[in-house]
Design a protein around this ligand. Structure first.
Ligand code: ZN
Length: 402
């Protein structure tokens, strides 16, 4: 991870805002004059801010790597996403709003349809309706609460998906997926891949037996497939690592969940960006690091809706004056990865980043766009170095070496 900054930390009173517009970076679109979403949007406030900030491009993980939102945020929080990984089961659990404890084992689960020979004939149980999934998961949760002293926690997701958590002593997460990945095969037995995970496999086996007995009369959802067994990573929490009182303001459970893993305070904030900014204002005195997450840019990009993503960026722009009115010592605006509408999904493109602080200097750029950022003072750098830059500009880092 490069230079360990912990030994350099200084106490301070400076306040920092990290505004993450999820997937804000884009790519030129031929239907919109070869512009990106940021270029096409009308953003007077971001333009004015860009003029007095330094700009650059950040690699969320590494060159050519398209990250999920997990690795994207790990980098932004200053941890190397190639070293610290969050398992799929854990992410799924965070996504449905489950709080994980150290030692929990989480898995992505889904209902499937099997025939009398236990051959999986539909891995998605006919894309079960979400309400059906809720009904069945509630029934299972009522009937199976504990096995051999291990608590069983179940929570429905969308359609055929749900989350399973095992909570108890001495569990490992090295268990092979039971999902055969293809129809026409039987589900695998939960098989431990190391000694520490044998108890986990045993509990899972017992769980599946009980659950399948309870599901035997379900017409579609008569089998369960499990994958992505994982435990929350053991890590040095963000507030200790950086000596900051950290608050996460996010609406979506996934981002709140990731921030909670890193030790941020994660209050329930409901509504939309307007409510998030209001929350920022009202908590200004209590914290010194604010992670503010705006999801809609990513959603529009994933939908391939260029015009909508432009609108989201323009909407975000209207809140910049309110954030600046708080007089943050450092304000960073960036994304956790790019989500170009033209690709309808996350991409490998570096994220544009803007850093504003009285000590940062200025690129005198006319706008905050990918192309302006390419010419920026910060150059192109791995996202997990952003925290160093933030801390330095917040005057919270001392000298390295004598
Ligand atoms: Zn994202």
């Amino acid at each position: 991870m490069g230079t360990e900054v912990k030994g350099l930390l200084k106490k301070g009173k400076s306040r920092i805002v990290l505004l993450v517009a999820d997937g804000v970076g884009g790519a030129p679109h031929p239907d919109f004059g070869g512009k990106t979403e940021l270029e096409y949007a009308v953003t007077p406030n971001l333009d004015a801010l860009a003029k007095k900030s330094v700009l650059g491009l950040m690699l969320p993980v590494n060159h050519g790597i398209t990250p999920g939102s997990g690795p994207g945020h790990i980098g932004l929080f200053g941890y190397d996403p190639e070293e610290l990984q969050i398992g799929r089961g854990v992410l799924e659990a965070l996504g449905v709003g489950l709080a994980l404890k150290e030692g929990d084992v989480a898995a992505r689960a889904n209902f499937a349809t099997q025939d009398a020979q236990k051959v999986i004939i539909d891995r998605r149980a006919g894309r079960l309706a979400t309400e059906e999934c809720q009904r069945i998961v509630e029934m299972l949760a009522r009937e199976i609460q504990e096995i051999d002293g291990v608590e069983i926690i179940l929570k429905p997701g969308k359609e055929h998906r749900f989350v399973l958590i095992l909570r108890g002593e001495g569990l490992g997460d090295q268990v092979k997926d039971t999902d055969p990945q293809k129809e026409g095969y039987r589900a695998h037995e939960p098989q431990a891949l190391d000694e520490k995970s044998e108890k986990t496999a045993k509990i899972l086996k017992a769980f599946l037996e009980k659950a399948h007995a309870l599901l035997r009369n379900e017409p579609k959802a008569n089998a369960i497939l499990l994958r992505g067994f994982s435990q929350p990573p053991v890590l040095e929490k963000f507030p200790e690592r950086y000596g900051l009182q950290a608050l996460a303001i996010a609406i979506y459970p996934m981002y709140k969940g990731i921030a909670r893993l890193f030790g941020f305070d994660t209050p329930d904030v409901e509504g939309e960006l307007k409510d998030e900014v209001a929350y920022l204002e009202k908590s200004w005195e209590q914290y010194d690091f604010f992670f503010l997450h705006y999801k809609d840019t990513d959603k529009a990009g994933e939908d391939g809706d260029f015009a909508k993503k432009v609108k989201c960026i323009e909407y975000l722009d209207t809140f910049i004056p309110r954030i600046l009115a708080l007089q943050p010592d450092v304000l960073v605006i960036t994304g956790d990865h790019s989500t170009p509408s033209i690709l309808r999904g996350h991409s490998w493109h570096p994220s544009p980043v803007l850093l504003y602080s009285p000590f940062a200097g200025s690129d005198d750029a006319a706008r905050f766009t990918e192309r302006a950022c390419k010419n920026g003072y910060l150059g192109q750098f791995p996202a997990h170095f952003l925290m160093n830059l933030i801390l330095a500009n917040a005057l919270r880092l001392g000298k390295f070496g004598a």
